[in-house]
Ligand binder design. Structure first.
Ligand SMILES: [Mg+2]
Length: 322
């Protein structure tokens, strides 16, 4: 099968709303009337962002959700996507499952795949996604105000826990649910849209709660205080054996792949945000508050006795873990 046959068979559909979709040198697309495009791109590399054992259907689904998660964090409505696929060889049954998972996720959000390319090399998948957002209404990292509350949209810890168990770094067996939290994240698109006009800042948790909170703090020039007992925790983190409690806490605070939204909102919006989370079926919670930055913007974590926790590892730096 040639590259063009591969694209034609698995990755081409007739353009729906795009002026020009697949099959030309470029796609021609525009945001909806009165909207601007939020644009994001993400690359998934085998061995770094997913394990070679992942079911290709889940991988296809995952590449869509991790990209749409960034759109969700901006309050954007997903519209179009481009896909770049680097494959070591053309394995038809693998590509069939991968494409099925990809289309399943694209269709769930009504996203049109308008182009991309394929090439031979070590397995890597890059997607670029476009979403409608009001030109002045995107949720940014920089809008957190002193006095705001800090929220997270769901339980954290299980995705990181599952990954560490699968690579043997935590000596425990991850459950199917925990592995699903790692392999099959869900972009919080509906929540991101609903938070327009309510949230003052927002980011998705791809790298870890603390590092994302630090991004909000730095961009907004504020400090963020997080109450550890308030963070909704995944089952692995709740049930970890005592000798693994420190690892569980690390998963909760500093491992990525959760793809929940971390956002700030005025105290006066507390009931609205709570109702919103419940209406979207999410188990989110208010986990802290925004305070004035005295010297530099930082994130502090406090335990149930209001003692500050010394957090050594603040997130996943792609260049620090070779
Ligand atoms: Mg992000």
């Amino acid at each position: 099968m040639t590259e063009f046959e591969l694209i034609g068979r698995f990755f081409s559909r007739r353009a729906a709303s795009a002026a020009v979709g697949n099959g030309d040198d470029c796609a021609v697309i525009a945001p909806s009337a009165g909207q601007a495009f939020a644009v994001t791109t993400d690359t998934l590399v085998e061995g770094r962002h997913f394990l070679p054992t992942i079911d290709p259907w889940k991988l296809g689904r995952r590449v869509v959700h991790v990209n749409l998660s960034d759109l969700a964090a901006m309050g954007a409505k997903p519209r179009y996507a481009l896909l770049s696929l680097t494959l070591p060889r053309i394995d038809e049954s693998w590509v069939t499952r991968f494409a099925d998972g990809l289309w399943h996720a694209l269709d769930e959000f009504d996203v049109e795949l308008v182009g991309g390319n394929t090439t031979r090399g070590p397995l890597a998948i890059a997607m670029t996604a476009f979403g409608d957002v009001p030109p002045e209404g995107a949720l940014l990292r920089s809008g957190a105000n002193v006095g705001n509350e800090v929220w997270v949209s769901g339980a954290l810890g299980d995705a990181g826990w599952a990954l560490y168990c699968m690579i043997g770094d935590i000596k425990a067996e991850a459950t199917a649910d925990q592995i699903a939290r790692y392999e099959c994240p869900t972009a919080r698109v509906a929540l991101g849209l609903a938070l327009r006009g309510i949230a003052t800042s927002c980011i998705d948790i791809s790298d870890g709660l603390l590092s994302e909170a630090q991004h909000l703090a730095s961009a907004s020039n504020v400090c963020i205080d997080i109450q550890l007992p308030a963070i909704p925790t995944g089952l692995a983190t709740q049930l970890a054996a005592p000798e693994l409690a420190a690892r569980a806490q690390h998963c909760l605070l500093a491992t990525g792949d959760a793809y929940e939204l971390l956002f700030t909102a005025p105290e006066t919006a507390h009931r609205d945000v709570d109702a919103l989370l419940r209406s979207t079926g999410l188990t989110g919670a208010c986990i802290g508050s925004v305070i004035e930055a005295d010297t530099s913007p930082t994130v502090r974590v406090f335990d149930a006795q209001s003692r500050q926790i010394n957090v050594a590892t603040q997130g996943w730096d792609h260049f620090a873990h070779d």
